[in-house]
Design a binder for this molecule. Structure first.
Ligand code: PMP
Length: 284
């Protein structure tokens, strides 16, 4: 039986009733975060909180709790569910009100959160396949909102064609994956889309920048094209759930001989070493 977070209360899963007129249902009017848990420790929680606060500000949504209060409640949620390796998901909607487009006055934002087990595959070097898909999303992909239909449709197109992921492109420019950032490796350098309104500034993306610096691998943030993607030496994705994962096939084309390439492997090894430190309680 799982325990959920509802506002600042811990409830049994089936006690968490949400109003049918919640603006999350009506408009996707809300924001969320997903945080990795290693050995009961929240990973990069401060960065997630920073991003949540930014998302809230951009949507003019008043957060009902401070980042510190939320962090404490989420730690407690993990503890109450006895999560070892897992994932916390929580969202905050603008609140419940009879349907109107503009912000209703006097509504209270609604927070719901859950924590679940997510076993980490110790072999991180297996690659995934991807298709290419048109990026049909709105122009504020930097905000982590509940509106994810463009992502959902592209991911379903990937699944329908037997692939694991869809890499999105606006015209010729590669933006990101349906729930991940995309990096290419060319001549020993990492290239990834700059963090502007066309992509979500991933926490794992940011963490990979730090790992790359330690490993003295240069990182360039710039637009790159679908042709550059297909001609890359290596391609990998980053996300909270997938960490660093190689992409070895895009459409019909094999990338990096169908295996995680050397730079991707170095990053995976460095990432795993950090995870071990987090597990030992050294980092969060
Ligand atoms: N882009 C999109 C569209 C996403 O949904 C996600 C996952 N939340 C990411 C990138 C990766 O972000 P993070 O590393 O913070 O999980």
């Amino acid at each position: 039986m799982s325990v959920i977070l509802y506002q600042d209360k811990f409830l049994q899963r089936e006690q968490g009733l949400v109003d049918m007129e919640d603006r999350g249902y009506q408009f996707g009017d809300g924001i969320y975060e997903a945080i990795r848990v290693y050995n009961g420790n929240l990973f990069l929680m401060d960065w997630h909180m920073e991003r949540l606060v930014r998302s809230a500000r951009e949507l003019r949504l008043d957060l009902p709790y401070s980042a510190a209060e939320l962090t404490e409640n989420i730690k407690e949620l993990v503890r109450r569910n006895g999560i070892d390796d897992g994932l916390v998901y929580f969202q905050i909607t603008r609140g419940a009100h009879h349907r109107q487009h503009d912000f209703p006055k006097g509504v209270t934002p609604v927070l719901t959160g859950s924590a679940s087990e997510m076993v980490r595959d110790p072999d991180r070097t297996h690659g995934i396949s991807s298709i290419l898909a048109d990026d049909i999303r709105w122009l504020r992909c930097d905000i982590k909102t509940l509106n994810l239909l463009g992502n959902v449709l592209a991911k379903q197109a990937a699944v329908d064609s037997g692939a694991d992921e869809a890499i999105l492109h606006r015209g010729d420019t590669v933006t990101e994956g349906t729930s991940c950032n995309v990096f290419i490796v060319k001549d020993g350098q990492l290239i990834t889309h700059e963090a502007n309104n066309f992509i979500l500034n991933g926490i794992t993306r940011r963490f990979v920048f730090a790992l790359a610096e330690q490993l003295q691998i240069p990182v360039i943030e710039r637009d790159y094209t679908v042709d550059e993607l297909l001609a890359a030496d290596e391609v990998f994705i980053t996300s909270t759930g997938k960490e660093v994962t190689a992409v070895v096939k895009i459409g019909d084309q094999t990338i990096a001989d169908g295996e995680a390439g050397p730079i991707t492997r170095r990053l995976i090894t460095a990432f795993s070493a950090e995870v071990e430190r987090v597990k030992a309680g050294a980092l969060s």
